[in-house]
Design a protein around this ligand. Structure first.
Ligand SMILES: Cc1ncc(COP(=O)(O)O)c(C=O)c1O
Length: 358
């Protein structure tokens, strides 16, 4: 793919954050962005790297009305050898394509998706922070750009853009146990809906519940299934794992859960580390009675933003259940250490997950 590049003079470049560990997640953006356009009949054309700037779109543009849009979330890490490392970027390329198919959008060839990220990262290397725990968050997005508010139909044009944001810890708690509250009124995704696609509507619907949880002093919502309000599905924007009776248990991917790259990696690691895994329905009763009886030994969320986040407390029916004395469990720590070790190029990558940008 040919990429047209336009650069700013050096006096126009932004100054780098002084301490990336203190940045509010996703609020600072780098100097440049990648864009590429799609037109029905022509395919993807006009790849560009250009200064980060506002988009000019008509008010009638379909994205503003019917939310035909998908996105991804990844991170670039800087290794001690000063390499730029990505984590399994082809998994994200495949997932954005699955999301686009679900939303009736054209797909992007996987190599082009990854190449676009690599070329932008090479231009923006100075923005990748160096401290452990920090990284350059990558946000690829595809939006419908046709101006049409009539029929609910696929747009005839799309914009693919990638923006970058230097980040520190996702949770203010850092890598410490978080408190969750089980949401009983709202649900995140229903069978047959768009839960397994990474599309904005899934997230808009969670804002009120998350606000309510935060107001009560909880970091995140523990989502239950939409049909029975019984089975645990995800935690905030993370997949959820429990260590129950020395088995690693996580809900199955039945269409309402986002298939996390971190989730997949944890399950693959578990096979090698010799902890049995189960992908099966987990009822909230099983979780709370298991915490009380000691069968539930650990719980953690998995996702790109926080990597692995230990769960210390779950509130359900106005009662708080404390897991592992509100301390990070052994397996939780182990998965965090291995994943971050590979991501920062500190551990031998025996899984072949680290992807060097060259
Ligand atoms: C709803 C939801 N679940 C799970 C995840 C975790 O996915 P991943 O591990 O690919 O970041 C995310 C984040 O992308 C998410 O938004």
């Amino acid at each position: 793919m040919e990429i047209e590049k336009s650069f700013l003079s050096s006096d126009k470049l932004k100054s780098l954050p002084r301490d990336a560990t203190q940045l509010e997640f996703g609020k600072t953006f780098t100097d440049y962005m990648f864009t590429m356009e799609y037109r029905f009949g022509e395919g993807w054309t006009h790849a560009q790297i250009k200064p980060y700037q506002p988009l000019a779109l008509e008010p009638a543009t379909m994205i503003f009305h019917y939310s035909q849009a998908v996105f991804e979330g990844q991170k670039a890490y800087r290794s001690a050898d000063d390499d730029i490392l990505l984590f399994r970027p082809y998994e994200n390329a495949r997932r954005i394509n699955r999301s686009m198919v679900r939303l009736g959008m054209p797909t992007i060839p996987e190599d082009i998706f990854v190449q676009a990220e690599c070329e932008l990262l090479k231009v923006e290397k100075r923005w990748i922070p160096t401290q452990k725990g920090t990284s350059l968050y990558i946000r690829p997005v595809v939006i419908a750009t046709e101006a049409l508010i009539g029929a609910i139909q696929p747009s005839d044009s799309y914009l693919f853009f990638i923006i970058l944001s230097p980040v520190g810890f996702f949770y203010k708690e850092g890598f410490n146990p978080v408190k969750l509250i089980v949401e009983k009124d709202y649900t995140r995704a229903a069978s047959g809906g768009t839960g397994e696609a990474k599309t904005g509507g899934n997230y808009a619907g969670t804002i009120v519940a998350t606000q309510n949880a935060n107001r009560k002093g909880y970091s995140q919502v523990l989502w239950l299934d939409a049909k029975e309000r019984r089975h645990v599905e995800e935690v905030g924007t993370n997949n959820i794992f429990f260590v129950i009776d020395d088995k690693l248990v996580t809900p199955p991917l039945t269409g309402t859960i986002l298939p996390g790259v971190t989730r997949k990696s944890v399950l693959e690691m578990a096979d090698v580390l010799d902890i049995a895994t189960e992908e099966r329905l987990i009822s909230i009763e099983e979780v709370v009675t298991g915490i009380e009886s000691g069968r539930v030994k650990e719980a953690f969320g998995s996702g790109t933003a926080a990597v692995i986040s230990p769960v210390g407390i779950i509130s359900y029916n106005d009662k708080e259940y404390v897991i592992n004395n509100n301390e990070t469990g052994v397996w939780t720590q182990r998965f965090f250490d291995i994943l971050t070790g590979i991501q920062y190029g500190e551990l031998e990558d025996k899984y072949g997950w680290s992807y060097k940008v060259v």
